[in-house]
Design a protein around this ligand. Structure first.
Ligand code: HEM
Length: 433
């Protein structure tokens, strides 16, 4: 376990050594590198981040597991700066914690979140073709159809868990439909996704933050299924995302089978888990704040989009991603805290979304908040969430369907949260209508 007292000593040869210029070393305050921090009640963590935002420079946290550490970017402006200065703040060495091992990247292909220009731009151009307004327009019909069928099923079978029955189903079915995954392997793929992400979080205190190992076999099987479909579509293209990806010719390039598998895995992790958590937090927030729910139901057309963005701001499904400094950089401009080449920074989206200099009364859940420049989908720049439009669409369609057909729908009790430094995950949420 990585306790404050146990954080690894660093040497001056280590580029991740905290440097005096970025002097906000954590001291006796909260330790974001300690898994136990992520098991504290939300209010305690929120107060700790508020305190970190008041410090003059980003605090530094050492990690025992890696022998290195990171500066915590907790303010809105700092997260935006790091996101929009990709030549300085690199994604290449890996944005998750711990970084994916080299052999994993060789075997499974690089995920675009972990790439920098020019390869990132090239890959993003290829996959962006699948997110054009024309294709997304077609997807909207699918989103409606799937959401309607899910609410039909809720009425019929009265399930108890909102996450499993509704929130996880919608984004998963939408992505499978977009990709053109036939019905038959979907159940197997969903089980593999569950298995591959089973170790995320810090539910068991003696575990490291993220342990991808056990999920790798599941990942390999999942990618095998998708690569097989890709080969088939290259021979006989259909009107779907996999066909577009394996036949697209951008800068003389198209996706290889391995890249296709890596992209599908990214979509499942980035697009399914996040949206499922946002939807679950949404139902719970609207239950816990009856006045906001009344506002929403009073003018669904006028307030739904605002509600969706406020749910994403308030719940911030992805807590943080990392960047690595390509060169020395003064944060905020000349004279600002010096971050040195080779050091890592963690971009705390949740903290940026509670920055009191940007959001008045930041802890309040207010669906009429305007403007709402939250960073739930990232701080802008080349890695900004590719699925932001789709996620908003899925959330709006499902909430409309639910509150129109089952106006009494509400969560029951507290959500079963998975403590994690990476995603704001809800394992299950009881509900009734
Ligand atoms: C509420 C739901 C979602 C949230 C909160 C979310 C959040 C994020 C965040 C924070 C990033 C990193 C941005 C950065 O580094 O600047 C990201 C990247 C990404 N997201 Fe989402 N996301 C959501 C839904 C989706 C969906 C539905 C899809 C696709 C179907 C998707 C696909 C991606 C991809 C492919 C990337 C990597 C983009 C790149 O590296 O160029 N996301 N998302």
């Amino acid at each position: 376990m990585n306790t404050p007292a146990e954080t690894s000593p660093s040497t001056s040869a280590d580029p991740a050594v905290p440097n005096p210029a970025a002097s906000g070393s954590a001291g006796s305050g909260p330790d974001l590198a300690d898994p136990r921090f992520w098991q504290l009640p939300a209010a305690v963590r929120s107060a700790a981040f508020a305190e970190l935002r008041r410090r003059p420079a980003p605090a530094y946290f050492g990690e025992r597991a890696t022998g290195r550490g990171f500066h915590a970017l907790v303010r809105h402006a700092d997260v935006v700066e790091a996101s929009r200065t990709p030549a300085v703040f690199l994604s290449g060495p890996g944005v998750t914690t711990p970084e994916p091992a080299r052999w994993v990247r060789v075997l499974f292909g690089d995920s675009m979140v972990n790439l920098d220009a020019p390869r990132h731009a090239q890959l993003r151009r290829i996959v962006s073709q699948a997110f054009t307004p024309r294709l997304l327009g077609r997807v909207e019909e699918d989103v409606h159809r799937i959401a309607t069928a899910l609410v039909d099923e809720v009425e019929r079978s009265r399930p108890e868990d909102f996450v499993g029955a509704v929130a996880a189903q919608l984004p998963f079915q939408v992505i499978c439909t977009m990709m053109g995954i036939p019905e038959e392997p979907r159940r197997a793929i969903l089980a593999l996704v569950d298995r591959s992400s089973a170790d995320i979080g810090v539910a068991r205190p003696r575990r490291r933050l993220r342990v991808p190992g056990r999920g790798l076999a599941a990942l390999a099987r999942m990618q095998g299924i998708v690569a097989g479909i890709g080969r088939e579509r290259r021979r006989r293209p259909a009107e779907d995302l996999i066909s577009a990806l394996v036949t697209a010719d951008v800068d003389g390039r198209r996706l290889t089978g391995r890249e296709l598998g890596a992209f599908f895995t990214l979509l499942l992790v980035a697009g399914v888990e996040t949206t499922r958590n946002a939807l679950s937090h949404g139902l719970h927030l609207l239950t816990a704040h009856p006045e906001q729910r009344a506002l929403l139901l009073g003018d669904l057309d006028g307030r739904l989009d605002g509600a969706v963005d406020e749910i994403v701001r308030h719940s911030t499904p992805i807590i943080q991603f990392r960047r690595t400094l390509a060169m020395d950089h003064e944060l905020g401009g000349p004279g600002g805290p010096l971050l040195r080449a080779g050091e890592k920074v963690a971009l705390y989206y949740g903290s940026a979304n509670r920055d009191e200099t940007v959001f008045p009364d930041p802890d309040a859940f207010d669906i009429t908040r305007s403007p709402n420049p939250h960073l739930g989908f990232g701080g802008g720049g080349p890695h900004y969430c590719l699925g932001a439009h789709l996620a908003r669409q899925e959330m709006a369609v499902l909430l409309r369907e639910l509150y129109t057909r089952l106006p009494a729908v509400r969560s029951v009790g507290e959500p079963d949260l998975v403590p994690s430094s990476f995603d704001h995950r809800i394992r299950s949420l009881r509900f009734t209508f």
